[in-house]
Design a protein around this ligand. Structure first.
Ligand code: NAD
Length: 259
């Protein structure tokens, strides 16, 4: 008997996807998975050289665009550049983010503003830049990279980061309702502890303690998040909106009282 295994292209062969913060880490993992599924991927990042390098290494049609996601002129220019080149935007992955740590007694208002600007204001600006183009075609998939930190767990030293990642979800739920009359969805992926350059800075001893707190026993990979995002960004996920998808190796599962 001949068994034919057909790989479903969840994002569609010709989807045009913008991924912010795609030059490294989780954003790069998202970009790789979407590119492998056939999407045209726009690598949008403040690090211009790294963005170009990543775009060159992805499969298929790609484009690198330097952007500071906290600047409305730049996010608007990003969306315009993509529509000029490809005629449309099907997918926006608002992923760029920063997570510097500071204990409460040292947390300055500048630290607060920086994190809230890059992690939350950027989401508003990226969505506002892309939405008119999605509305014109009555189609769009928007996926935000939030975190388990904030909405589900706390990490001492990251109060401003936790606030930013929880705020993204409040934005998402209301924005999802505002666009629900078209085939436009807004969802969020909530990564647990994912091995990226940012996490490496925390040191092996800290990472070992992180691993010990994860039922799966390992840190996640950027590709783990990429696959979850690819589902939320797919045409097939059209009935899923305002939802959160936790990808954390079981870290936030409540322990059974019987254990
Ligand atoms: P990373 O530092 O590897 O990647 C972040 C990327 O964003 C970089 O390429 C950086 O240049 C870019 N960037 C930063 N500021 C920008 C700006 N103003 N404009 C445009 N691009 C900018 O970090 P990462 O670990 O891959 O994190 C990516 C996202 O995932 C963040 O939103 C982070 O909060 C979230 N997250 C990460 C983890 C984790 O364990 N790594 C867990 C949960 C959530």
């Amino acid at each position: 008997m001949l068994l034919l295994v057909v790989r479903r292209r969840m994002t569609g062969d010709d989807a045009v996807a913008i991924v912010t913060g795609a030059a490294s880490g989780i954003g790069r993992g998202i970009a790789e998975v979407l590119a492998n599924e056939g999407a045209t991927v726009v690598v949008a990042d403040i690090d211009e050289d790294a963005a170009r390098e990543t775009a060159d290494e992805l499969s298929g049609e790609t484009m690198a665009v330097p952007v500071d996601v906290t600047d409305p002129d730049e996010t608007n220019a990003l969306a315009e550049a993509v529509v000029d080149e490809y005629g449309r935007i099907d997918i926006l992955c608002a992923n760029a983010g920063i997570y510097p740590s500071a204990p409460l007694n040292e947390l300055s208002t500048d630290d607060w503003d920086d994190v809230l600007d890059v992690n939350v204001k950027s989401v508003l600006l990226s969505v506002q830049a892309c939405l008119p183009h999605m509305k014109a075609r009555e189609y769009g998939r928007i996926v935000l990279t939030s975190s388990i930190t904030g909405p589900m767990v706390g990490y001492p030293g990251w109060a401003h980061y936790g606030a930013s990642k929880a705020a993204m979800l409040g934005f998402m739920r209301t924005a999802a309702m505002e666009v629900a009359d078209a085939d436009i969805t807004i969802n969020a992926v909530l990564p647990g502890n994912i091995r990226t350059g940012g996490l490496d800075d925390l040191g092996e001893e800290y990472l070992d303690r992180m691993r010990a707190s994860i039922p799966k026993g390992t840190l996640g990979t950027p590709e783990d998040i990429g696959h979850a995002v690819a589902y939320l960004a797919s045409e097939e996920a059209g009935y899923v909106t305002g939802a959160t998808l936790v990808v954390d190796g079981g870290q936030t599962l409540p322990e059974s009282q019987l254990a």
